[in-house]
Design a protein around this ligand. Structure first.
Ligand SMILES: [Zn+2]
Ligand SMILES: [Zn+2]
Length: 438
């Protein structure tokens, strides 16, 4: 069953020479040449010779990694093509080293019918540089009342079900969603939030919100709803995925559920792993997201959870916003930041270079782990596999600028900042999707 779609570019014939191949799935961490023929990894070894007509890429000093997979992005299509469309979001994904990305259903109209989902798939076949897939809504119009036709949507290729952007309002809806998703062989991705504790909130509730005079969103707002979803998943023996975990309290709940054998997976974003509530003091709307940036102790707990595997994967929650909407006073600006093009560099610099997380662990959490949750073959730099890989220059230092981003929107908290490690080449589904080497 197809879960992603992309346009048919010419298959790659490449010899990637002398890079350090790091593939935790096969256990390889060694300098190797990688020969790609007709879009497949044909051979790994030393001193490989390029066949006639194949391009040779000098990857000396670079990393050759399995391609990244993003379980959680917002494509803004249909409805807000002024902010992003499938061409721009897939270009951004490719530039970030991604070989697949999945879009949430809070589009306009909402992705809540099989017809709409099939239409998006056809559009991806026209426009997408890397394979894209789609969530279907849990409830019609994201209204939290009537369930969608989950069987039909699963058959149309929905990767999973989510009302992301909104929480599921009641235990009864959550329960029925998990029951139907289980029958259709899919998971439900939960945006955990207790609406009564979120109302009017601008940032994490703590000393910083008190000092800045902004309305706080307590971490309890998330952890209470996580606990409810996991209790229901346990009761129904159904699969649930917790989106953008942000607090230590939620991690404790997830740990307990995993110990008890509940079928739960969880993701964390690059911004929650590297930024904290104190940074809101700038009143820069690019530090406003939902869930909000939390306290330093939460951030440290998230990093440890990513290292240990308590949190299964990194997801960007790439959320493009137009400048007209985002360049507003902090209180009025919408929640969300873009992230596809900076995710690997941000985490490589902040967590790998600093020694907090081994490179192989980061690669697993950004590649094979999310691929498995999505039901995709895990990307591998191994003979016989479809070429789904990226080449990263770990020494490159680059500055994030609006003009340098492929995304149509530029609402990044890293604008103007220097990042370490740059994706130079991405081969997705056997096609060169990003080339910053030429
Ligand atoms: Zn969300
Ligand atoms: Zn989201």
């Amino acid at each position: 069953m197809e879960r992603t779609w992309h346009k048919q570019l010419p298959a790659a014939d490449l010899l990637v020479q002398g890079g350090r191949v790091v593939d935790p799935g096969t256990g390889v961490d060694a300098v190797q040449d990688v020969l790609i023929a007709e879009g497949k990894v044909a051979q790994l070894g030393k001193g490989l010779v390029a066949p006639a007509g194949a391009r040779v890429v000098d990857a000396a000093g670079m990393l050759v990694l399995p391609g990244l997979v993003d379980l959680h992005a917002h494509f803004r299509t249909p409805g807000r093509e002024d902010e992003e469309d499938l061409a721009t979001v897939s270009a951004a994904a490719a530039a970030g080293g991604y070989v697949a990305a999945f879009g949430m259903a809070n589009t306009d109209p909402v992705t809540d019918s099989a017809g709409l989902l099939r239409g998006l798939a056809r559009q991806a076949e026209q426009d997408a540089l890397v394979p894209l897939g789609f969530y279907a809504a849990v409830t019609r119009g994201l209204c939290g009342e009537q369930l969608t036709e989950m069987g039909e949507l699963g058959a149309a290729g929905a990767v999973g079900f989510s009302d992301d952007g909104c929480a599921l309002p009641t235990a009864a809806i959550t329960r029925r969603a998990l029951q139907y998703a289980k029958v259709s062989g899919r998971f439900v991705a939960v945006h955990a939030e207790d609406g009564s504790l979120h109302e009017g909130g601008q940032m994490h509730e703590g000393p910083a919100s008190a000092r800045l005079g902004l309305t706080g969103i307590p971490s309890l707002c998330e952890s209470l709803d996580v606990a409810r979803a996991l209790d229901i998943a346990a009761y129904e023996d159904a699969s649930v995925h917790v989106c953008h975990v942000s607090s230590e309290d939620s991690l404790r709940t997830i740990a307990k559920a995993k110990e008890a054998g509940v079928r739960v997976t969880a993701e964390v974003t690059p911004h929650h792993l590297t930024l904290v509530d104190e940074q809101v003091a700038s009143f820069d709307p690019n530090f406003k997201m939902n869930p909000p940036l939390r306290a330093e102790r939460d951030r440290r707990a998230l990093v440890e959870a990513l290292r240990s595997g308590l949190v299964d994967c990194v997801a960007t929650d790439h959320a493009p916003h137009s400048p007209e909407e985002k360049d507003a006073p902090f209180e009025e600006a919408p929640f969300g930041v873009v992230g596809l093009e900076t995710a690997f560099s941000v985490l490589y610099g902040a967590l790998v270079v600093s020694g907090e997380i081994p490179l192989a662990t980061l690669v697993t959490r950004m590649s094979s782990a999310p691929a498995r949750i999505a039901g995709l073959q895990a990307p591998a730099v191994a003979a016989g596999a479809v070429a789904d890989l990226c080449v990263v220059d770990p020494q490159a230092v680059w500055t994030v600028t609006a003009a340098g981003l492929r995304s149509r929107s530029h609402n990044s908290p890293w604008l103007g900042r220097e990042l370490t490690g740059k994706v130079r080449l991405t081969v997705a589904a056997g096609r060169v999707a990003w080339d910053d080497l030429a």
